[in-house]
Design a protein around this ligand. Structure first.
Ligand code: SAM
Length: 424
């Protein structure tokens, strides 16, 4: 795929430039990425405008969708797919943040941490580079505080905030065992009193704090006068408002209004799951799609009806029982005689079509995620921070691999950024 923009770390003016380019792209093509194939039947609104593309995608197999899922931009599909793919790919280019050499930590530090999580923590810690050495790390939504301990091993005090008491207590024990002087505090970071936990000398770090958990940090840390912070967000859709509340003036001025469903798009990339898990996921979705056809008939309403997530044991039920029980759960009329085999087959056919149609939405996953990150970056810029945005690990290590580094440096000239930066 040709690209004219080399992957670069976004900072200074490029933050706003990229935000504006993404904003235009997402607004112009919202009719293509907003509607979710899963809920639209028999066709998506854009299909009349692009019948060749729709027919081509609908004719592909489930295996095809699976193979193309992680790299939809490489697909040779009819127009406008390749053109959109090239644009989306170019707008999503982002450089890797420079990493300091690996720290040699005693093996005990990682003994309690799953392999992939440890790789993320290691990559996050090595990507932190600040002008001034952090004195006091604040691990925000810390879990057991593995990240904070790794950072504090290199120097500085450590406070970990976490609201799950078991994780707080395990974290405290681990810190004690590993000789790290850390304070693990049970704190709901969304509660009013969370503001008391932030002080100007803190350097907050947040690895994969969901939606509001990390946006709250950005607000509280900038108010508290923290000079540096580092955030790798995830789960943008975990918010308590009905729609997205932009943080920066630029995003507030944008025409782009995002629903909770829209915010789920960047998270819809599935990382390599095992064959059994994939099969289970497919079966569950095929059944839901089949049930959707049935419920339209039972209700006499040609509209999607959301259904709750069901225990995995439901997949062991014969398909007819599954439908009857789900109809009862949704208080729908009891289904009469049906050709269950045919209905189940229709569910699988719909699944293949839905998955392939989703490849078009998939082109917009990364652009939307980057738009959201840039909203955070621009907000921090407005609060007087110098911000850098880049990747900190591979997508295989985590699809949520974007990291925001922010530092207030009133006393330093901005052109010193690249030459004099130290890593901590
Ligand atoms: C995805 S985990 C990330 C944990 C850790 N940063 C890591 O990367 O291993 C999110 C953490 O946030 C915690 N959490 C969720 N809601 C919270 C809240 N309102 N206040 C404090 N912590 C919260 C969860 O218990 C969980 O440990």
């Amino acid at each position: 795929m040709p690209t004219t923009t080399p992957a670069q770390i976004l900072q200074d003016a490029t933050l706003l430039q990229r935000f504006q380019a993404l904003d235009r792209f997402l607004i112009e093509h919202q009719a293509l990425w907003r509607p979710r194939p899963f809920v639209h039947y028999p066709a998506l609104p854009w299909e009349t405008e692009h019948p060749k593309l729709a027919a081509w995608l609908r004719a592909q197999s489930l295996e095809h969708a699976e193979a193309a899922h992680n790299q939809p931009h490489l697909l040779q599909a009819p127009a406008p797919f390749p053109q959109l793919a090239a644009q989306a790919h170019e707008l999503s280019q982002l450089g890797e943040l420079p990493q300091s050499p690996a720290q040699t930590l005693p093996p005990r530090f990682s003994s309690d941490v799953p392999g992939r999580k440890w790789q993320q923590i290691d990559a996050f810690a090595r990507s932190l580079s600040f002008f001034q050495k952090p004195q006091h790390w604040l691990d925000w939504c810390a879990g057991k505080g593995h990240l904070g301990r790794m950072l504090a091993h290199g120097g500085g005090k450590l406070t970990c905030l976490e609201y799950n008491p078991q994780l707080v207590s395990s974290g405290q024990q681990l810190s004690h065992k590993l000789g790290i002087a850390a304070q693990h505090i049970e704190q709901d970071v969304l509660a009013d009193d969370a503001v008391m936990q932030l002080q100007a000398q803190h350097t907050p770090v947040a690895l994969h704090a969901c939606g509001e958990l990390h946006t709250r940090l950005l607000q509280l840390a900038s108010q508290a006068g923290c000079q540096k912070l580092a955030v790798a967000p995830c789960c943008y859709n975990r918010i308590s408002t009905a729609s997205y509340q932009p943080l920066s003036a630029s995003a507030q001025a944008s025409m782009l209004q995002l629903s909770i469903d829209d915010l789920g798009l960047p998270l819809s990339e599935t990382v390599t799951a095992g064959a059994r898990v994939r099969r289970q996921r497919d079966q569950s979705m095929a059944r839901r799609l089949a049930f959707d056809l049935l419920q339209r008939q039972l209700r006499g309403v040609d509209e999607y009806l959301p259904t709750p997530s069901l225990p995995p044991a439901w997949l062991d039920k014969p398909f007819a029982d599954y439908c009857q029980d789900l109809a009862a759960l949704k208080q729908l009329p009891t289904p009469g005689a049906q050709n269950w085999q045919q209905l189940e087959q229709q569910g699988w056919q719909r699944l293949a079509e839905v998955r392939n149609l989703e490849l078009l939405r998939g082109l917009f996953r990364r652009p939307l995620e980057l738009w959201l990150l840039l909203d955070r970056a621009l907000f921090l810029q407005e609060q007087g921070y110098t911000v850098r945005l880049g990747t900190f690990c591979t997508t295989k290590q985590s699809p949520r691999n974007l990291l925001l580094l922010a530092e207030r440096q009133h006393q330093l000239p901005t052109d010193a950024v690249d030459n004099s930066v130290d890593r901590f």
